[in-house]
Design a binder for this molecule. Structure first.
Ligand SMILES: Cc1cc2nc3c(=O)[nH]c(=O)nc-3n(C[C@H](O)[C@H](O)[C@H](O)COP(=O)(O)OP(=O)(O)OC[C@H]3O[C@@H](n4cnc5c(N)ncnc54)[C@H](O)[C@@H]3O)c2cc1C
Ligand SMILES: Cc1cc2nc3c(=O)[nH]c(=O)nc-3n(C[C@H](O)[C@H](O)[C@H](O)COP(=O)(O)O)c2cc1C
Length: 779
């Protein structure tokens, strides 16, 4: 075959040499617009896994690359005058120039034709090529010319960065944070050869503008950065090797993805490779790794298919299918890491204490968890756990390990929870006339014995017409109050869990069947319906029951019902009260612009939409004992255009905080039947994180949190103060006890009659863990 690679970066060169190595009869040309051995850029980072792949594909190149490597293990953070360092991270760095030189020399040795100083105008320049590889980098001309085929999606990110070098040598992957009068800057620094370190400086656009860096020349920018990081640079200069770039030396990262990776241009098959088809932010340094792995995959597939031009269309499809999975996974992790650096100045730098800031930074991609950090550096994590436990008020005896963050206590007002696990409220639809019965005693009692710090009762309604279904429990009669007291007494008598009550009003989502009855959840009752109330006459389902917009008299009555329910909850002995303002029920229907269309003082602006929920909150808070905590559950996003946004959620949280709320329980959605949620592991945690840092109120994270490792990671990073676990508690009432055993946390107390199961469970998990060698995730 005749193959032309447009672009002699890592992708084009490595693909060229691998193909020639496997099938020397191929005629392969790499066209590069730069001069030989002329490139800009400093060091790039590789992973151990990429090196393994390279060794397998071409040991000669791999050996040369390895010789030029700088390997380092530690990550060091310089933050507010303190230095934090943890090990076991395993990076290798190499100068980009050095890498390209090795690849160029190997190409030449194998007989790949290298054509330098040739600016290819298009793939059509090479009509006799069977295959054109568009390895022409992030601004790929080929991709742009055929945008209708490749359908690229290019997202320009808001932060500004400048890629510099310095002769100062760093023996760890180093992160520097410096605050100016306009905001935070951070530097990502790593040594890549005997004389030089890469020094990337990044800041938000508004900070960059405030310093006038948009008008600065490259030299002025360098002088500014040298001054900013002077203490750390210790007199070493910062250097640029990109003076040839037009415009500002400060760039915005562009995330590139493409729907289609290849096509036939009438003469040749054309395929995108490397940065031309996908980019990954330097926050996890994986662009070169992806480019190299693209080359390995395509060369491997062509080899397996016998190197014939006839196989190209099928092979190119396969190449996209295989690589896309890996690329998306990495882009996802890179996105999380990038997003962390974009907001850290606003969200974390001024909010988190140093050790927690370090932890948050290390887990920024959300691929590295608590237990993964233990694998990397058990001593560092042990020290962090001790610090965290001390912050939580624990007195850890000398020489004894501290409990993991999940098992540290949490105090709100006069209540101390023994750990950070909450059994999330879960409607059972098993009450009769609003009276909780044996089912509820068994359900909540079993979960209280199961190790959680706080067991929340399900949404409990403030009047008969506030119910979701006829099976919902209530607190509008003394008989109901007494039935709840029986459950509370059981929990207090037989466990050291606290028990919380969630009060709510179904609003527009009332008068429906239980999920397993009739037509299913949210569907109107066939008979026996009751009239519904809401902020506005907007039905939840398009053809559903239409609620009446509340009058002021309705609002008075419902507020008073909430107060009466609160008094009964207090009298029943509940330790915690939560006001349900989420999921499209009555108070949520006031908050969301999708369901609140009122033209009076209770609709329109967010302040107005908050007015009634805040009035109810204030009235309930006043009726709730001052030493007991009260939280509010909100839908932090509606997942519908025009609905509540995460920005609104921060404002909502601030308002409830000002009204005396102790915590915000951060759920999402269920406000509109048109919602399009993005589900995934721990998918609502970012809302809890943002609200906690920006509104300055404690939060509960909830949603697809299913392992102790998740809880530890969330709590340790300060993304939330408590974690609510719902469905896993349906499957396993003793979820907390089970997870403690799974991670080997043996000091976890068990109910006395169950103790004989404890060591058996712990031994079983220990055996299973020993059989499975733990895997360290690449950063
Ligand atoms: C600040 C920063 C830090 C980074 N840090 C890392 C890191 O630590 N680790 C890492 O792995 N990656 C890093 N990267 C990304 C990395 O540089 C790229 O992902 C990687 O080089 C992609 O390889 P490539 O071959 O696809 O493209 P490139 O390396 O961009 O190569 C494309 C080549 O095509 C040539 N070209 C373009 N158009 C034409 C044309 N019309 N005719 C002829 N030649 C043409 C260009 O001159 C260039 O040589 C970083 C990037 C930035 C911006
Ligand atoms: C059966 C069931 C009933 C639920 N009932 C309630 C409820 O009464 N009040 C509430 O705020 N959330 C309720 N939820 C939502 C959960 O509290 C939780 O937010 C959600 O299930 C996500 O957590 P998970 O992924 O751990 O299940 C319910 C969830 C389930 C599965």
């Amino acid at each position: 075959m005749k193959i032309v690679c447009i672009g002699g970066g890592p992708a084009g060169l490595y693909f060229g040499l691998l193909m020639k190595l496997r099938h020397p009869a191929h005629q392969i040309t790499v066209v590069e617009r730069n001069k030989p051995y002329d490139t800009f850029g400093w060091g790039v980072v590789f992973s151990d896994a990429t090196m393994d792949n390279m060794r397998r594909c071409d040991p000669v190149t791999a050996a040369e690359v390895e010789q030029a490597f700088n390997h380092w293990d530690d990550i060091e953070l310089h933050f507010k005058g303190e230095v934090f360092r943890s090990g076991g991270h395993g990076f290798v760095g190499i100068g980009r120039k050095r890498l390209l030189n090795i690849l160029q020399a190997r190409c030449e040795a194998l007989g790949v034709e290298l054509v330098f100083e040739c600016d290819a105008t298009s793939d059509a320049d090479y009509p006799d090529a069977d295959l054109v590889i568009a390895s022409d980098g992030i601004n790929s001309r080929v991709r742009t010319a055929h945008a209708d085929v490749f359908r690229p999606d290019i997202v320009t990110r808001p932060n500004r960065y400048i890629w510099l070098g310095t002769p100062r040598l760093y023996d760890a992957f180093t992160f520097l944070f410096e605050k100016t009068e306009h905001g935070w800057f951070q530097a990502h620094v790593y040594k890549f050869d005997a004389n030089t370190s890469t020094f990337i400086i990044e800041c938000p656009e508004h900070v960059w503008l405030a310093h006038g860096l948009d008008r600065a020349t490259t030299d002025e920018s360098i002088a500014f950065c040298e001054q900013l990081f002077a203490a750390n640079l210790q007199g070493a200069p910062l250097l640029s090797n990109a003076r040839h770039l037009r415009g500002s030396a400060w760039l915005n990262f562009q995330r590139v993805t493409c729907v289609q990776w290849s096509f036939f241009n009438g003469h040749s098959q054309v395929v995108l490779m490397g940065d031309a088809v996908h980019t990954a932010h330097f926050a996890i340094g994986s662009g070169t790794k992806l480019a190299i792995e693209d080359a390995i995959e395509l060369a491997g597939l062509l080899h397996a298919a016998g190197h014939g031009a006839g196989s190209l269309p099928a092979v190119l499809q396969q190449y996209q299918a295989v690589r896309n999975v890996d690329v998306l996974r990495l882009q996802n992790a890179a996105w999380n890491a990038m997003a962390w650096f974009e907001v850290c100045g606003e969200r974390y730098c001024d909010q988190l204490p140093g050790p927690q800031f370090m932890y948050s930074m290390l887990t920024r991609s959300q691929r590295i968890s608590h237990e993964n950090l233990r694998l990397r550096d058990a001593a560092w994590l042990g020290g962090f756990e001790l610090w965290f436990a001390q912050q939580a008020g624990l007195n850890v005896p000398d020489g004894r390990p501290a409990p993991p963050p999940m098992f540290t206590p949490y105090t709100a007002r006069g209540l101390t929870l023994k750990n950070r696990v909450v059994v999330s409220p879960m409607a059972q639809y098993k009450a009769v006339d609003g009276i909780p019965g044996d089912w509820h005693l068994m359900h909540l009692g079993a979960r209280a014995l199961g190790g959680a710090g706080l067991v929340m009762a399900e949404m409990t309604c403030t009047s008969a017409d506030a119910r979701i279904t006829p099976g919902c429990p209530g607190l509008w009669t003394d008989e109901q109050g007494a039935a709840w007291a029986r459950i509370v007494d059981f929990v207090h008598a037989h466990s050291d869990a606290a028990i919380g009550m969630q009060i709510g009003h179904a609003g527009p989502k009332g008068s429906t069947t239980a999920p397993w009855d009739g037509a299913g959840a949210d569907q109107p009752l066939a008979t026996g319906n009751w009239p519904l109330l809401s902020a506005s006459a907007v039905p939840y389902l398009p053809d559903g029951q239409v609620p009446q917009a509340m009058t002021r008299a309705d609002m008075d009555r419902v507020r008073d019902d909430f107060v009466a329910a609160t008094r009964r909850a207090a009298a029943a002995g509940f330790d915690w009260l939560e006001l349900h303002c989420a999921h499209g029920y009555l108070l949520s229907a006031f908050l969301s612009p999708l369901t609140n269309r009122r033209g009076d003082a209770y609709g329109g602006s967010l302040d107005n939409r908050l007015r009634y929920p805040l009035e109810v909150f204030a009235a309930a808070r006043a009726a709730w004992p001052a030493d007991r905590p009260m939280s509010v559950r909100i839908s932090a996003v509606d997942w519908v255009d025009g609905g509540t946004t995460p920005d609104d959620a921060v404002a909502i949280a601030r308002a409830f905080k000002a009204a005396g709320a102790d915590m915000v329980d951060c759920s999402s959605g269920q406000v509109s039947a048109d919602q399009k949620p993005s589900y995934g592991r721990m998918y609502q945690v970012p809302f809890a994180d943002r609200i906690r840092q920006e509104a300055g109120i404690a939060t509960i994270a909830v949603g697809a949190i299913s392992e102790a490792d998740h809880v530890n990671s969330i709590i340790a990073a300060g993304r939330a103060d408590l974690c609510a676990i719902a469905r896993p508690h349906l499957a396993n009432p003793a979820w907390t006890l089970t997870e403690a055993a799974r991670i080997g946390y043996t000091p976890q107390p068990w109910p006395a009659p169950y103790r004989s199961a404890k060591s058996q469970l712990e031994a079983g998990f220990a055996r299973a863990a020993a059989a499975l060698a733990p895997v360290k995730v690449e950063s």
